[in-house]
Design a protein around this ligand. Structure first.
Ligand code: SF4
Length: 63
């Protein structure tokens, strides 16, 4: 149990996905933000919904 957990902001950073041309930002009905990696459709090494934040990625292409 972490005493800090209640104080963490809900907002999270997606890391590289935020500025990657392969990423599509998706907002759920409950307001959660996801990034779908469209490179995953053609290359199975990439997760459809990568665990965020992505700090290093061989598929990263800036927008
Ligand atoms: S290629 Fe990498 S950085 Fe780009 S959207 Fe996919 S997981 Fe994110």
């Amino acid at each position: 149990m972490s005493p800090e957990s209640d104080d963490h902001p809900i907002r999270t950073t997606a890391g590289l996905c935020e500025s990657c041309r392969h990423a599509r930002r998706i907002e759920s009905d409950r307001g959660s933000i996801f990034f779908r990696c469209e490179l995953s459709f053609e290359d199975e090494r990439f997760a459809k919904y990568p665990r965020l934040p992505v700090l290093a990625c061989s598929g990263y292409r800036p927008q």
